[in-house]
Design a protein around this ligand. Structure first.
Ligand code: OGA
Ligand code: MN
Length: 283
C-alpha cells in the first residue's frame, strides 16, 4: 500500500491517504506514519470505518495506553482505554460529564505526572455544522519568542490542574478532579523526547507560576497563551464522521470550540498514549 501525505496547514498537520487502520500495518508503513507524526504534530486519517477494538489496536502501536484513572467519569464503562467526548446525556437524563471537554487551550493530561505523548480522537457523530477543534504548534510558539523571553521562562514552572475554567456547571466533578489530581508543576519549556526540539508548555488550565502570586503570574500566562495561539500557528479541524485525528501532546495544544447548535449530537471517542514523566506535585 502506498501512503501519500497532504499538509493540513502551514503551521502543522498532515492528512494521510492510502491507509486502512482496520488492517494491521506493516512496520515500514508504521515507520512512515510515525515519522510524519513527529514532523507534523497532527495526522488526519479520513473515512476510517473501524471498531473500538481496531481504534485501540492502532493506538497501541504508538505506546502504552492510558486507562484514564485520572478521568474516571469520562471513560467508557467497558473500555477503560476509551475516553468519551460526548454530549449525549447520561442514562438518568443528567448532562453528560464530558459535554464541555477541552473547551480551553490545553495539552492532554498535563495535570498528571505522565502527560500524554499523543491522543487519537475518532469522530463518530458530528453536528451538521461546527463542533470544530483548533490546534496550535508549540515549537513555533517557542521559537518565535524573543531571546529575553526565552531566557526568562526557561527555569519557570506552571501549576496545572484538572479543573475546567467553567466551574459552575458540575461542581461535584470539579471537586473530584481536585481530589484525584492535585495541582502539579510542569516546566514552561519542555524538550521533546523524540525530536530534541524545545516546545512551549502552557495552557488555560495553568493557574499560576511556581513561586509567584496569581496576580503576578496571570499577565505572563495570558501573554504566552495569546502568543501561542496566534492564527498563523493554528490549524482548525472541521470534523467528518469516521475521522481519526492523532496529535502530539508534547508539541501542540488544542481547544474544542463548542461551536454547534444546542440539541445536535456530538460524540467522539479518544485513546490516550502515555508519555514520559514530567513535573512534580506541589504538596
Ligand atoms: C480531547 C479534546 C476536543 C474536541 O478529546 O482531548 O480536547 O474538540 N477534545 O472534542
Ligand atoms: Mn484534549
Amino acid at each position: 500500500m502506498s501512503l501519500t501525505f497532504r499538509p493540513l496547514s502551514h503551521a502543522l498537520g498532515a492528512e494521510i491517504q492510502g491507509v486502512d487502520l482496520g488492517k494491521p500495518l506493516s512496520n515500514s508503513e508504521f515507520d512512515q506514519i510515525h515519522s510524519k507524526f513527529l514532523e507534523s504534530g497532527i495526522l488526519l486519517f479520513r473515512n476510517q470505518k473501524i471498531t473500538r477494538e481496531q481504534h485501540i489496536a492502532f493506538s497501541r502501536r504508538f505506546g502504552e495506553l492510558d486507562r484514564h484513572d485520572s478521568l474516571p467519569r469520562d471513560r467508557h464503562p467497558d473500555y477503560p482505554e476509551l475516553l468519551l467526548v460526548t454530549n449525549i446525556p447520561e442514562k438518568d437524563g443528567k448532562e453528560s460529564a464530558s459535554k464541555y471537554t477541552g473547551q480551553q487551550w490545553h495539552s492532554d493530561m498535563s495535570f498528571t505526572l505522565e502527560p500524554s505523548l499523543g491522543s487519537l480522537l475518532r469522530g463518530i457523530t458530528i453536528p451538521p455544522v461546527g463542533g470544530d477543534t483548533m490546534f496550535t504548534n508549540m515549537y513555533m510558539a517557542y521559537d518565535t519568542l524573543s531571546d529575553g523571553m526565552k531566557k526568562m521562562i526557561e527555569p519557570l514552572h506552571g501549576v496545572h490542574t484538572g479543573r475546567r475554567k467553567v466551574t459552575d456547571r458540575d461542581t461535584e466533578r470539579e471537586r473530584e478532579q481536585t481530589r484525584i489530581n492535585p495541582p502539579i508543576a510542569q516546566p514552561l519549556v519542555r524538550v521533546h523526547p523524540e525530536t530534541g526540539r524545545k516546545a512551549l508548555y502552557i495552557g488555560e488550565k495553568v493557574s499560576s507560576l511556581v513561586g509567584m502570586t496569581e496576580e503576578e503570574s496571570k499577565p505572563i500566562i495570558d501573554y504566552l497563551v495569546r502568543h501561542a495561539t496566534r492564527p498563523q500557528f493554528v490549524y482548525r479541524h472541521q470534523w467528518r464522521q469516521d475521522d481519526i485525528l492523532l496529535w502530539d501532546n508534547r508539541c501542540t495544544m488544542h481547544i474544542a470550540l463548542g461551536d454547534y447548535a444546542e440539541g445536535e449530537i456530538r460524540h467522539l471517542e479518544r485513546t490516550t498514549v502515555k508519555g514520559t514523566p514530567s513535573g512534580y506535585y506541589l504538596q
